[in-house]
Design a protein around this ligand. Structure first.
Ligand code: MLT
Length: 259
């Protein structure tokens, strides 16, 4: 399905019925990364999985895909679908967007699942690296980004099928979409001020072997969010929902059942 606003076309999948769950994907992937979660959740919940602007089947806007713009896209989609309150599940960049939803539309967030993400902004050297990578995407294409990112995204002994699936998703992404999101993430706001004010049930999930968002980062988040709980997934890197789908799904389902 597609939803269009202000010249942006967002692709999304909506299935099932019950408490609505919004799953927000990581960079530089697409809604398809949540296939195993959709399969598990759709018989119990209403599941909404968008492709963020610049990714999957959504259109590629010419301007940086900032976190506020992507959060606004999702808010408009939720309004369009008449979903007033949702459980927001965000992984990595999806988590940055979840923080922005929480900042801008707190009444629409019923509960939070933050996976492999951080509240802190990019330091200057990370911002510079994002710009370098944006230019690599623009000049050399998505394949160059896949080669740069794959070794850092997944645990060293990741299932070859998962590696292939992630590579395929990156290769299918428009280079301009990759560059736009890199430039958007580089200027994202510090979300640490939000953490002490989070009052909704919150689950944190990290990969024990995540090189990008270490277990220590997830433990710090857990300490900062009152009442939150943390599941660290063994033998998983930055994409625990794909690398260890069963463990991820069990933690997610347990949390959702309690809401
Ligand atoms: C992601 O998985 O979404 C990215 O690693 C986020 C980032 O580059 O900060």
């Amino acid at each position: 399905m597609y939803f269009e606003h202000n010249g942006v076309r967002l692709a999304y999948t909506l299935r099932g019925s019950g408490l609505p769950i919004l799953l927000v994907h990581a960079f530089p992937l697409a809604g398809a990364m949540w296939a195993a979660q959709m399969n598990m959740l759709e018989s119990h919940y209403q599941v909404l999985i968008p492709d963020l602007r610049g990714f999957g089947q959504s259109s590629v806007p010419p301007t940086p895909s900032t976190m506020p713009l992507m959060a606004d896209d999702l808010h408009r989609l939720l309004v369009h679908l008449n979903l007033k309150k949702v459980v927001v599940v965000g992984l990595s960049m999806g988590g940055y967007i979840a923080f922005e939803l929480l900042r801008r539309y707190p009444r629409g967030v019923h509960a939070l699942v933050l996976a492999a993400t951080r509240a802190t902004p990019d330091p200057p050297e990370a911002q510079a690296a994002r710009e370098t990578n944006a230019q690599i995407a623009e000049t050399q294409g998505a394949a160059a980004i896949a080669e740069l990112m794959l070794p850092r995204l997944l645990a060293p002994d990741a299932d070859p099928e998962v590696v292939a699936q992630v590579r395929e998703m990156i290769l299918a992404t428009a280079p301009a979409g990759i560059a736009a999101a890199l430039r958007g993430m580089a200027v994202r706001a510090d979300a640490t001020d939000l953490l002490p004010h989070i009052r909704v049930p919150t689950l944190l999930i990290g990969g024990e072997q995540d090189l990008l968002t270490s277990p220590a980062v997830m433990q710090d988040l857990q300490k900062a969010i009152d009442g939150s709980s943390l599941t660290l997934v063994p033998r998983a890197g930055h994409l625990p929902n794909l690398e260890q789908a069963e463990v991820f799904n069990t933690a997610l389902l347990k949390f959702l059942h309690r809401l």
